[in-house]
Structure formats: C-alpha cells, structure tokens
Ligand binder design. Sequence first.
Ligand SMILES: Cc1cc2nc3c(=O)[nH]c(=O)nc-3n(C[C@H](O)[C@H](O)[C@H](O)COP(=O)(O)OP(=O)(O)OC[C@H]3O[C@@H](n4cnc5c(N)ncnc54)[C@H](O)[C@@H]3O)c2cc1C
Length: 309
Amino acid sequence: MKERIHKDIVIIGAGMAGLTAALYCGRMNLDTLVLENGLVGGQIANAVAIENFPGFVSVSGGELIATVQKQAESFGAVIDEFDEIERVTLKATPKIIETQEKIYEADAVIIATGMNRRKLPLPEEKKFSGRGVHYCELCDGHAYDGKIIAVAGGGNAAVDAANFLTKYATKLYLIHRSELRADDFSQRRMRANDKITVMLQTDIKALRGDKKLEAVEVFDKTTGETKTLAVDGIFVNIGVEPNTKLFRDELTLSASGRIIAGEDCRTEIDGVFAAGDVREKEIRQLTTAASDGTTAALLAEKFLAKLKG
Ligand SMILES: Cc1cc2nc3c(=O)[nH]c(=O)nc-3n(C[C@H](O)[C@H](O)[C@H](O)COP(=O)(O)OP(=O)(O)OC[C@H]3O[C@@H](n4cnc5c(N)ncnc54)[C@H](O)[C@@H]3O)c2cc1C
C-alpha cells in the first residue's frame, strides 16, 4: 500500500515557474513539495547563455536554475525528482496527487509543467543546440545582429518569428516542408519584407558545421534540387507540446493544449493554479514564468489562509 502524506501545497514541475513558486511558498512557511518527473530546470536547463534575466549580464541556464533551486530549498521547500505522477484528482478536498510511490493530499496545487518544443528530427540537432540551433527568437535573436539566419516552420509562430528576426538578420530564409498555415496578415508582412526568402515544399535534410552551425542542407520537393544555404543560425518553430496530459480530464485546455487561467493564475478549480509556459498566455519567457510563480504562490497562500479560517 502506498504511503499517504499531507502537504499544504504541491507544485508540479521544477522549471523557473515551479521553483519560483516553491521559493515563495517556502518563505511563507508553507509545507511545500515540488514534484518533478525529470531533472530540475525545465527548458532552460541546458541553455548556454541567458542575457535577458534581470540581475545577470550573462548566465548559463544550469547556473541560474541551480541558484533558484538553492533559494527554494533554503526556505524549506522539498524537491522530489523522478517520482512520476500517475493521476491527479484536483476537484476533491484535499486534492490528490498519486505518484508511483506515494499518495499526496494537498490543500492547494500549482501546476507549472511547462512545455516541450518540437525539435528538428536530425541527429546533428543536439550537437548544434545553442550553437546555431535555437528555439526562441525573443531569447536568442539578439545574437544574430548582422547575420544570415533561417527559420524552420510555417505556422504563425514561425512567420512571426521570421518577421521579428529581421530586426537583426540581414538575410533570412523561411523554410517549410509544405504550405504556410500562418494568418494572412503575418504572411503579407513577411512577403513585403525584402530580407526574407520563403522556401516552401522544402525539407531540411542536414545541419552542417564544425563547432557551430555554418550551413543547412535543404531539399526542394518541387524541383528535386538539393541546396546548401550558408547560415549562422536557425530558429526552429515547428510546434510545441504543453505538458498537460495529466490534467485533461479535470481542467479546460485551450486550443493549443495549455491550461486556461487568467493573469492571477487561478484556474476554474478553487485552490488550483497554473503558472509559466503551461498557462495560456501570449509571452513565454523566464521573467514571465517567475512572475507567474510569484503570483500563484501568493494567491495560493491567501486561499490556504481562508481554508484554514
Ligand atoms: C533552448 C531554450 C532557450 C531559452 N532561452 C531563454 C532565454 O534566454 N530567456 C528567456 O527569458 N527564456 C528563454 N527560454 C524560454 C524559457 O525557457 C521558458 O519560458 C521557461 O523555461 C518556462 O518555464 P516554466 O517553469 O513555465 O516551464 P519549463 O521550463 O518547461 O519547466 C517545466 C518543468 O515541469 C516538468 N514537468 C513536466 N511535466 C511534468 C509532470 N507530469 N510531472 C512533474 N514534472 C513535470 C518538466 O520536466 C520541467 O522541468 C528558452 C527556451 C528554450 C527551449
């Protein structure tokens, strides 16, 4: 039989949003548990250099996250890695989170499970990740001032990224395997931008370079031609997968699969909050994840205070 353990608050996910929430909850003397099904850190764990987190001129993702983890643990939050959650019952009082090993009863829950970005299905992707292959134009675009880059993808995210990145790039290839799905407005803006060359029905076959990306090899499915494009970087925008499978039966999800909650991070279930990239919102950055973690923790504390009278 699994051990049953009561907690004031369970935070699901130990990325920037979850760890910030843990830091605040710990400092408010709440009995706080963070459940993480992988390694602490989330999307940022392996980022080489972060230059837009206030207080740091440049910091690696690993160092930034280790600092926030240390802060959270110093205030008593417990972080449990690798105990996979099997099911949750969020509408119950208390809320139930059942893992492979234990059953947790929590008075409040913060969901901070983030998302995964779809990667290019090429074996060299790993070698060049952060060294020419990027997934976030707002995060890494600035490093490509005066350079030649590519964007992979054909939806709104890719086309908007291409438009945005011409702030920096002198030339940009938008490469997509089929036809564009982006809305008319974004497509018109892109077509009017003479820095952008649109390459449709084109597959990316290989990434080339020594220590960093130097070129992409593409195959034009219409002409049957293979070309090598010299680029300094490629931004991959071929879709994201929000980590919300566990919550599908309990919470309303948006069309993109994220949890619907307002800027106050409150979901439709009392005492359940959604923070960070898992929440449906427009801007997904480390600062907004930290902001959500703060909001969710402070409002969860208010909820708990009311609950306990
Ligand atoms: C390569 C890269 C570079 C980036 N660089 C920057 C940058 O320079 N500046 C910037 O502001 N932003 C950057 N971003 C964006 C930034 O990383 C995200 O906005 C931020 O990490 C979101 O934090 P989060 O805590 O909401 O989610 P995540 O970072 O996605 O963390 C979610 C955590 O929850 C865990 N989890 C998922 N499902 C479960 C489950 N069922 N049970 C338990 N745990 C679960 C995951 O393992 C993960 O650890 C970058 C993103 C990428 C991919």
